[in-house]
Design a protein around this ligand. Structure first.
Ligand code: ATP
Length: 301
């Protein structure tokens, strides 16, 4: 991977450590199911924040509320102090870009074309200009192309610019998705399971890529099931369980929290056997074992 941190333009400038994204009391109900319940989350400039939780905890639903795919039942989402309209293209225009859990590339377009699609929110030339192909349009087209090539160099896919997206290896397709998201010059990048299906080497490369993105001045909010990846990468980790925020803190704090361990391993259920019952079961099992082994010895005689 090329990590040329000077190439891509940084997102909207803001001083390090000031709030960028602010989700407040976000609730999302689907009929009788509350997938996300009153979740607050802040991402500051310069931060990499992780969002973890068991399957079905509401992580992707929460992402969809942040990016305008869902209109939250309750709560607000602000970016740089302004409430975001629940429309994906307006959220992208405001400065938030995302990738999806399942790869959503244009398979029959080239690698370069896929990145150019991601630039459309930053292109000001209108329909007439495009039809007339005047000098303004040509200048904008060249600038977009140059920028797309810079981003491809950044993620290490420059030499594959003219390949069809569908012919890329899986790990490269995931990187291309990130390049396409970066093409909208975001200030905040949301990654939904960026290492899903990757081998350890590809995961390591993705980790370096996310650090390089942060070094460009882009904050990152990432959902991931790979705990090693999350705890290596994130300045702060937020844990969702059954739609609610259970814990938030540094990687060190979160990975030692008993409630998080219990949420992943399963809370003891009501009526579960206590120590006494377990001791009785163990005693009964060892009695059975010794009978069996005696029988076994007798049988061998
Ligand atoms: N469009 C929808 N309509 C109805 N229920 C939904 C919808 N989207 C998600 N859900 C439900 O909301 C809950 C949270 O799902 P979500 O996909 O957000 O969890 P997740 O934490 O991202 O899970 P995973 O880690 O498996 O991707 C689940 O019970 C899911 O079935």
């Amino acid at each position: 991977m090329t990590t040329d941190t000077t190439t891509p333009e940084a997102g909207p400038a803001a001083s390090p450590g000031t709030p960028l994204l602010n989700a407040s009391g976000v609730t999302m109900r689907f009929g009788g199911l509350t997938a996300v319940r009153s979740v607050d989350l802040t991402v500051n400039t310069g931060e990499i924040v992780g969002l973890i939780g068991p399957n079905g905890a509401g992580k992707t639903t929460f992402f969809n509320c942040l990016t305008g795919l869902y209109v939250p039942t309750e709560g607000t989402v602000s970016y740089q102090g302004k409430v975001l309209p629940p429309k994906p293209h307006l959220v992208t225009q405001a400065g938030i870009a995302r990738t999806f859990q399942n790869i959503r590339l244009f398979a029959n377009m080239t690698v370069l074309e896929n990145v150019l699609v991601g630039r459309h929110t930053r292109t000001k030339e209108g329909l007439f200009s495009a039809l007339l192909r005047g000098p303004g349009f040509k200048r904008a087209e060249t600038a977009s192309r140059d920028r797309a090539m810079e981003l491809l160099a950044f993620i290490g896919l420059e030499s594959k610019a003219e390949h069809l997206a569908r012919n890329l290896p899986y790990g490269d397709q995931r990187k291309l998705e990130i390049a396409r998201a970066l093409a909208s010059d975001p200030g905040l990048l949301l990654l939904d399971e960026p290492t899903a299906g990757m081998n350890p080497q590809e995961t390591r490369t993705t980790e370096e890529l996310v650090f390089a993105i942060r070094d460009m001045g882009i904050a990152v909010l990432v959902i991931e099931h790979d705990m090693r990846f999350i705890f290596n990468l994130c300045d702060r980790v937020s844990v969702l369980v059954q739609g609610e925020k259970l814990v938030e803190g540094t990687s060190e704090v979160v990975q030692r929290d008993d409630r998080v361990i219990a949420a992943y391993l399963g809370e003891p259920f009501e009526g579960a056997p206590g120590d006494e019952e377990l001791a009785e079961v163990e005693a009964a099992e060892s009695a059975t074992d010794s009978t069996t082994s005696t029988k076994g010895t007798e049988g061998a005689r």
